[in-house]
Design a protein around this ligand. Structure first.
Ligand SMILES: [Zn+2]
Ligand SMILES: [Zn+2]
Length: 729
C-alpha cells in the first residue's frame, strides 16, 4: 500500500537527471502519495521526478526545498517501481536512467489543454499537387493516429500552409480535441478464425494460463503459416475478457501495419501503437491511456515494456529469437528476458513465440521452467519447403558472378511457371569491400576500424558501424592511382545487377531496409511483391521477418556460409535461425516450395541440420557444446567495453581492472582480456574489451559492482557493462 506524505513531510525523490541517488524534499501543499510524479527544483532548474519513499531525516529541515507540484498523471505503481529497480540491478544501470526509460513520453509535465488535431476530410482537393498528395497519404495510412499541425506537416514533408490550404478545401478537417482520448474498445467477444486441432489445444492452454491470473512463461513454437498469431490472439482475447491489458512486442516496425490489420479483423478496432514511428502527440496519449486503463492492448517495440500499464495480464514476444530485442546502446537490456521479469512481478502470462526459438528459451523449456506448445501443421495444403544444398566447389562460375548455373536453372523454371523466386543475401549495399588494384589498399572509415561499403543506389561509401558516408573517390586515397578502385564481393545491389543480366525479361524487386526513404515506401514495395508485381525478389534479412508472399515458391541462399565465419558464440544458432526463417518463405500458397543453399561446406554440421530439418537434434547438439564450454545459457557472461580517444588510456584501465580481479575470482568467475575489441575503433574512440565468464548460479552482479567500484573514470574514458551480451563487437 502506497504511503501518503503530509505537506512539509520529508520525501525522497528519484529524478531523471544524472545524479545516482535519491534527493530529499519537503512534500508540497496538499501532500503527496508515494509514486507521485512531481516537479522539483534542482539547482537553477525544474526537473521531473517520482516520490520514491520517505526522505532522509538527518539534516536541517530549513535547508530542504519543497516539491513544486504534483503532476496530473497517474502515480507510478509499486510493481513498476519494483520492475525498474530490478532491471537496474540486473543490468547495473543507475536508477535515473531507468526512470528516463519509463517516462519517454513528451509533455508529461504540461497541464492538459485543448489543441487542434487534423484528420482526413470528405472533399477531394480541386487540384492535386505532390505536396497535397503526401499530406492525404499520411492521413490515410495512419487514420487512427492524432496529428498536430506541426507533426502532420513534418511527417508529410510539407509546409504548414499546405495543410491549412487543404483545410480550407475541406479535404482535411481541423477539430478541437481534448488531449489524450481513450482508444476505441476492442471487442474480445467476437469469435476468431476457426482453429485446427493443435491450434485449438494450444489456444486453450494459453487461455487457461491467462485465466489463472498468475505468472507463467510459455514457448509457443510454430513455423511460418502455422497459425501462431491466431493462437496467441486467443490469449489476448482472454486477457481482455479478464479486464486486464495485453502487450504484443514485434521485432520490426515494418511488421506492425500487417499486424494491426489482423488485430482489427479480430477485435473490430486498432490497439495502441508504441515505436519510433509514432508521433510525439500519439506517444503521450499512449503513455497516459496505458496508465489510466484507456488502452486495452499495445503493440510495440521493445521499449513498450516500460510503459506504465495499469494492470498487465499478458505479454507476447513475437519472433522472440530476434536480435532487435536486445538494446545495444544506453541501457543494455534484453526485452525478451525483461518481459519474463515483468510478467513475474505483475502476475502476468508471458508468451515467447518463434519458429526458431533462441537457445536460451529452448533450454528453459527443456528444463521445465517454461511451458512449451508446438504447432505442427500449416494452414492449407502447403508443407515446409524441400531443402537442398548446391555444392559451390562443383559449380562452374566466372569471377564476379555469384548465382550458380544450378540455381539459375531453378529460378528460370519458377518464373516460367508464373511463380516467384527469392535470391537471399544478408548484405546491404553493392560491395562489402572496395580495393585498389594498383596498391591493394582497402577503403576504410576515417573514424572506425571498419571497411566502407559501397552503396551505388546512394552513390556513396557508407560505414555500417557509425553511419559515416563519403563519395566514392576518383583516385586511390593511398597511392593516388586513378580508375583503379574495384568492388570486391557481392551485396544485394550487385546481385540486382547480376540478376538483371541473367534474367533480362524478369521483373526484379530489391528489399533492403536502406533502399527506402520511409516505412511507407517499404510497405508499398512489400505489397507490390505480395500482389505478384515481381518475378524475382532480392532481399536481405528483412525478408526473413514474417512478410507473406503467396506466389513465392523458390528461395536461393547465395552464401549459406556467411554467418558461420564469425567467432561469435551464437554464429551457428543465428545461421540456423535465419536460413530456416528465409526458407520458410517458400511455398506458402498451395504450391510446395524449394530452398537451395549455395555453400562451400555442405558437410558442415549446421548446414546439415538445416537440411535435415531435425531442429531438436540441432538444439541438443548446440546445447551440449555450450554446456561443455560453460557459456550461455549454461553459464553467464558479462562484456566490459572501455573506450577512450587514446588507446593507451583505455588499455591501461583494462589492465588495471584485470589485475584487480579479486571480487570476480571470489565467485568462481574468470576475467578474460583486456584485448582490442573486434571493432577496435568507433567514431574516433579506441575500444578495449574484457569478458567475465561466471558459473550460472554465481552472484555475478554483486561481484561486478564490487569490482567496478574501484574504477576511477578520469577524463574522457567511458566504461559500459553488458550483462548477457548478444554481440561481441
Ligand atoms: Zn592504391
Ligand atoms: Zn565509421
Amino acid at each position: 500500500m502506497a504511503e501518503f506524505f503530509d505537506e512539509g513531510g520529508r520525501v525522497s525523490v528519484l529524478t531523471t537527471q544524472g545524479i545516482d541517488r535519491l534527493l530529499t524534499y519537503r512534500a508540497p501543499e496538499g501532500g503527496c502519495w508515494e509514486g507521485a510524479f512531481v516537479e522539483v527544483p534542482l539547482g537553477p532548474r525544474m526537473v521531473m521526478g517520482v516520490v520514491w519513499g520517505p526522505g532522509e531525516q538527518g539534516f536541517d529541515a530549513s535547508k530542504l526545498r519543497a516539491v513544486i507540484r504534483v503532476l496530473d498523471v497517474p502515480p507510478m505503481r509499486a510493481e513498476m517501481a519494483e520492475f525498474l529497480t530490478r532491471v537496474g540491478d540486473y543490468t547495473l544501470t543507475p536508477m535515473n536512467f531507468m526512470l528516463r526509460l519509463a517516462t519517454r513520453a513528451p509533455g508529461l509535465t504540461n497541464p492538459p489543454s485543448m489543441r487542434k488535431i487534423y484528420r482526413l476530410g470528405h472533399n477531394e482537393p480541386d487540384r492535386k499537387t505532390e505536396a497535397r498528395e503526401r499530406v492525404l497519404e499520411v492521413l490515410e495510412s495512419q487514420a487512427h493516429s492524432a496529428f498536430t499541425l506541426k507533426e502532420l506537416a513534418e511527417e508529410a514533408g510539407v509546409t504548414s500552409s499546405v495543410v491549412k490550404g487543404l483545410v480550407k478545401l475541406g479535404a482535411v478537417e481541423e477539430e478541437e480535441s481534448p488531449r489524450d482520448l481513450p482508444f476505441p474498445h476492442l471487442d474480445y467477444t467476437a469469435p476468431g478464425k476457426a482453429l485446427t486441432g493443435d491450434q485449438a489445444a494450444a489456444a486453450g492452454a494459453l487461455r487457461d494460463g491467462v485465466r489463472s491470473g498468475t505468472f507463467g512463461a510459455t514457448l509457443l513454437r510454430g513455423v511460418t503459416g502455422s497459425g501462431k498469431t491466431e493462437v496467441y490472439l486467443e490469449a489476448v482475447a482472454e486477457c481482455l475478457a479478464q479486464g486486464r491489458q495485453a502487450l504484443v512486442l514485434l521485432p520490426e516496425i515494418a511488421l506492425t501495419s500487417e499486424f494491426l490489420k489482423r488485430v482489427e479483423e479480430r477485435f473490430g478496432a486498432k490497439p495502441a501503437e508504441w515505436h519510433s514511428g509514432v508521433t510525439m502527440t500519439e506517444r503521450r496519449r499512449v503513455w497516459r491511456m496505458v496508465a489510466e486503463g484507456g488502452a486495452q492492448m499495445v503493440i510495440g517495440a521493445r521499449s513498450a515494456l516500460f510503459l506504465p500499464f495499469r494492470d498487465i495480464g499478458l505479454i507476447v514476444v513475437d519472433e522472440e529469437h530476434d536480435n532487435s530485442y536486445k538494446q545495444e546502446d544506453g541501457v543494455l537490456y534484453s526485452a525478451r528476458d525483461m518481459s519474463v521479469l515483468r510478467g513475474s512481478i505483475n502476475g502476468a502470462q508471458v508468451v515467447l513465440a518463434s519458429a526458431t526459438p533462441s537457445l536460451e528459451t529452448w533450454a528453459n523449456a527443456q528444463a521445465g521452467k517454461y511451458n512449451r506448445l508446438d504447432l505442427t501443421s500449416r494452414f492449407g495444403p502447403a508443407v515446409l519447403p524441400e531443402m537442398r544444398t548446391i555444392d559451390m566447389r562443383q559449380e562452374d562460375l566466372p569471377g564476379n558472378r555469384w548465382i550458380s548455373p544450378t540455381l539459375a536453372t531453378a529460378v528460370r523454371g519458377r518464373i516460367d511457371e508464373g511463380e516467384q523466386a527469392l535470391i537471399f543475401l544478408n548484405r546491404r549495399g553493392y560491395a562489402p569491400v572496395t580495393v585498389c588494384r594498383a596498391c591493394g589498399h582497402q577503403i576504410g572509415c576515417d573514424h572506425c576500424d571498419a571497411r566502407m561499403v559501397e552503396h551505388r543506389f546512394l552513390k556513396r561509401l557508407v560505414c555500417h558501424q557509425c553511419g559515416e558516408t563519403k563519395p566514392m573517390p576518383e583516385a586511390c586515397p593511398s597511392c593516388e592511382a586513378e580508375g583503379k578502385l574495384a568492388p570486391v564481393g557481392p551485396g544485394v545491389e550487385r546481385m540486382a545487377e547480376e540478376v538483371a543480366e541473367t534474367f533480362p525479361d524478369a521483373r526484379v524487386a530489391v528489399l533492403s531496409s536502406d533502399l527506402f526513404a520511409s516505412a511507407r515506401a517499404l510497405k508499398a514495395q512489400i505489397e507490390l511483391i505480395a500482389a505478384g508485381g515481381a518475378d524475382i525478389i532480392i532481399g536481405t534479412q528483412i525478408v526473413a521477418k514474417g512478410h507473406n508472399f503467396p506466389k513465392l515458391t523458390l528461395v536461393g541462399v547465395i552464401d549459406a556460409d556467411l554467418g558461420l565465419q564469425g567467432s561469435d558464440l551464437r554464429a551457428a544458432e543465428r545461421t540456423f535461425q535465419l536460413i530456416r526463417q528465409v526458407a520458410g518463405r517458400a511455398g506458402r500458397g498451395d504450391v510446395s516450395g524449394l530452398a537451395l543453399l549455395q555453400t562451400f561446406q555442405p558437410e558442415h554440421p549446421v548446414i546439415r541440420a538445416i537440411l535435415s530439418g531435425d531442429e531438436e537434434g540441432f538444439w541438443k547438439a548446440e546445447a551440449s557444446e555450450r554446456q561443455a564450454a560453460g557459456v550461455p545459457p549454461y553459464g553467464r557472461l558479462a562484456g566490459i567495453v572501455i573506450s577512450a580517444p587514446d588507446l593507451d588510456a583505455a588499455m591501461n584501465l583494462g589492465t588495471a581492472l584485470a589485475r584487480a580481479d579479486g571480487p570476480i575470482v571470489q565467485i568462481g568467475a574468470q576475467v578474460f582480456g583486456p584485448a582490442p575489441a573486434p571493432i577496435a575503433r568507433i567514431r574516433g574512440r579506441h575500444r578495449v574489451r574484457l569478458l567475465v565468464k561466471a558459473p550460472k548460479t554465481a552472484p555475478l552482479q554483486t561481484a561486478l559492482r564490487k569490482w567496478l567500484a574501484s574504477v576511477d573514470l578520469r577524463g574522457d574514458i567511458r566504461l559500459s557493462v553488458d550483462i548477457d551480451p548478444q554481440s561481441f563487437y
